[in-house]
Design a protein around this ligand. Structure first.
Ligand SMILES: Cc1cc2nc3c(=O)[nH]c(=O)nc-3n(C[C@H](O)[C@H](O)[C@H](O)COP(=O)(O)OP(=O)(O)OC[C@H]3O[C@@H](n4cnc5c(N)ncnc54)[C@H](O)[C@@H]3O)c2cc1C
Length: 414
């Protein structure tokens, strides 16, 4: 049985041991980039905000290749800092199955997830610190285990922290609990993801690589990673995140088995050694439709805010978090936490994030339909192309020129 707790802060309650139901305006579950951003913006917009994460160290372990675009950070108003930028990149290298490579200079070609390689363990903490400075109360090693509607217009979340069980009563809950999110499901949202929309990823952080272009991120396409692609994202001259994503519907091997093969056969990684292994899912089916309920919003990977083509979700998750946080703050001021009021978040997120994903989803479907031979001949044609200042859409227009199948699959979109 819980007793209502008048203490000013959760920590005060823990010290007193008078457990307890804690009251807050906005509870954010998950302190990844999306959650910390949502919490910060809700607090900046006048709400009393609590942010919890089950990890004892925010950001660790990472499950990410750590690539972000410069434009993406700028859109969020975040100045790059040498504390969390591991490497600035100058371009992208696309490698076809027979090893033909196409180099795209970053000055000319704007691609998502190309710009900086972060040190996520530091970046995620930095984002949580920003939230703290905006007035957010943060609880680490604190896991949400269930959610139900309270008697008033509020939500009760069951929480465990250092063997203590208590409840947090919130007017609005923002679920930012990542790719294995449960908050949405608890709130009755349709969040299940089909296997064809969930990339299974395995990645090593490695040292002693021999990279021909240590300032470029490399993407490897074809049967090396069925249903996805492999990558080498450099973090230093001989250090990189080396990983791949596969669809379990397209191969009998695990992502880890494919990774071991890739590392063994790639000239850059032949002599490299792992210092970290990351295994995780990446939802690549496009933004979920059902992301808002009475008193509840879901953001980031929990809402599948991941670019379906690249698998990148840091920037889009943070943009979703920023929109959700601002609307949560405004809804608290209006004293209206209904689904109807919070739908503004869904509409804005659809406009800012979801709509662009539709194109990327088509582009991914096209890419996955290509055989190794077709990929080799496209790479061959691209090698001779003269690239001026072009963006993703123009890159795909060029693809349409060299691949008739692209015209069929992508012609109407770009
Ligand atoms: C191998 C791999 C490589 C990737 N590479 C890139 C890349 O290069 N660039 C890019 O942009 N994206 C990349 N992504 C995707 C990117 O990592 C995610 O999109 C991003 O981390 C999403 O942020 P988030 O805040 O939504 O979720 P997360 O970063 O997953 O954070 C969720 C947080 O919620 C916490 N949590 C979960 N459940 C609970 C609970 N019940 N109670 C309390 N806390 C909870 C977790 O501990 C975690 O801290 C990659 C993903 C994978 C798997």
């Amino acid at each position: 049985m819980y007793t209502s707790m008048p203490s000013k802060s959760i920590r005060e309650g823990i010290i007193k041991g008078d457990f307890m139901i804690i009251n807050t305006d906005v509870l954010v579950i998950g302190a990844g980039p999306a959650g910390s951003t949502a919490a910060k913006h809700a607090a900046l917009n006048g709400a009393k905000v609590t942010l919890i994460d089950k990890k004892s160290e925010i950001g660790a372990p990472k499950r990410c290749a750590e690539g972000v675009s410069k434009d993406g950070l700028a859109k969020l108003g975040i100045e790059p800092s040498s504390r969390w930028v591991a490497k600035e990149l100058s371009g992208v290298r696309l490698v076809s199955p027979n090893g033909t490579d196409v180099l795209l200079d970053d000055d000319k070609v704007k691609l998502p997830e190309s710009g900086y390689i972060l040190e996520r363990k530091v970046f995620d903490k930095h984002m949580a610190m920003d939230a703290a400075r905006a007035g957010v109360e943060i609880l680490v090693k604190t896991i949400a285990t269930g959610l139900k509607r309270g008697e008033e217009d509020q939500v009760l979340v069951d929480v465990e922290s250092m063997d203590e069980k208590f409840q947090i009563k919130a007017k609005i809950v923002i679920g930012a609990d990542g790719p294995e999110s449960r908050v949405g499901r608890w709130a009755g949202l349709k969040t299940s993801i089909k296997p064809k929309n969930m990339e299974s990823c395995a990645q090593f952080e490695m040292a002693n690589l021999d990279m021909p272009y240590p300032d470029c991120i490399d993407f490897y396409f074809g049967s090396v990673a069925p249903g996805g692609y492999a990558w080498i994202f450099p973090k230093g001259d001989d250090i990189a995140n080396v990983g791949l994503g596969i669809l379990t519907t397209k191969t009998d091997k695990t992502a880890y088995q494919h990774l071991l093969e890739f590392v063994k056969n790639n000239p850059a990684t032949k002599n490299a050694q792992p210092v970290e292994l990351n295994i995780g899912g990446d939802p690549v089916g496009g933004m979920l439709k059902d992301i808002v309920a009475d008193n509840v919003m879901i953001v980031g990977d929990a809402a599948s805010m991941v670019n379906p083509l690249t698998g990148g979700g840091i920037i889009s998750g943070m943009i979703g978090g920023m929109i959700a946080g601002k609307i949560a703050g405004a809804a608290i001021q209006d004293e209206d936490y209904s689904k109807k009021r919070l739908k503004e978040y869904k509409d804005k997120a659809q406009e800012e994030i979801g709509d662009s994903f539709k194109k990327y989803l088509k582009a991914k479907e096209y890419l996955l339909s290509l055989s190794d031979k077709e990929l080799d001949s496209i790479a061959d044609a691209f090698q001779d192309a003269e690239f001026e200042s072009i963006n993703t859409s123009e890159l795909i227009k060029l693809l349409i020129k060299v691949s008739p199948k692209a015209l069929l699959k992508l012609g109407k979109l770009f």
